[in-house]
Design a binder for this molecule. Sequence first.
Ligand code: FAD
Length: 167
Amino acid sequence: MSLVMSEEAVPPGITESYSGSDEPLDLVGVGFGPSNLGLAIAIEEYNATRPRRPVRAEFVEVKKQFGWHTGMLLPGTTMQISFLKDLATQRNARSRYSFVNYLAERDRLIDFINHQTFFPTRLEFHDYLSWAAESVSARVRYGTEAVASATSAAGSRSTAGASTARA
Ligand SMILES: Cc1cc2nc3c(=O)[nH]c(=O)nc-3n(C[C@H](O)[C@H](O)[C@H](O)COP(=O)(O)OP(=O)(O)OC[C@H]3O[C@@H](n4cnc5c(N)ncnc54)[C@H](O)[C@@H]3O)c2cc1C
């Protein structure tokens, strides 16, 4: 999918084309929560195997920085799913973005193992997600809200993700 937006395709009220450049994109992600973070990791790992024709992606995120339900990070609350259901392991068990690798980089692996649990605290999982969001080589526009999507005048190429900065 191309995301080059022609002027006539921009609906009224949208002040900025999505990509901000003429570079066509293969993909735009609205929001940069865990789902699109996982997608960004998959793209990074895919692109490492296809350097000559990388997938070009950008993400827009209305928040000014990465955060996962930050109002609900109550002390002592835990994840409802196993740590193995992280951002990458089921797709690529060798990914550097696994929760286990995060623990190793934070020097927390032994502590976590000794806890004998499959369910990290939500605070720790939030730190894991933030660590991954900082590490992944994705282009993310924080402080930007997607307000509409549109089909290009050419018809054959759809466009999406027109956005206005709210910063
Ligand atoms: C308290 C709580 C506990 C949970 N616990 C678990 C759990 O233990 N295990 C589990 O698997 N799931 C859990 N969930 C479910 C949770 O929804 C998912 O884990 C996860 O957040 C889904 O990720 P997502 O990226 O699809 O959506 P979200 O996390 O909602 O992320 C969407 C992102 O898109 C951004 N956004 C939205 N609209 C726009 C726009 N128009 N323009 C730009 N940016 C936009 C938002 O700011 C947000 O950052 C929990 C949810 C809550 C609320």
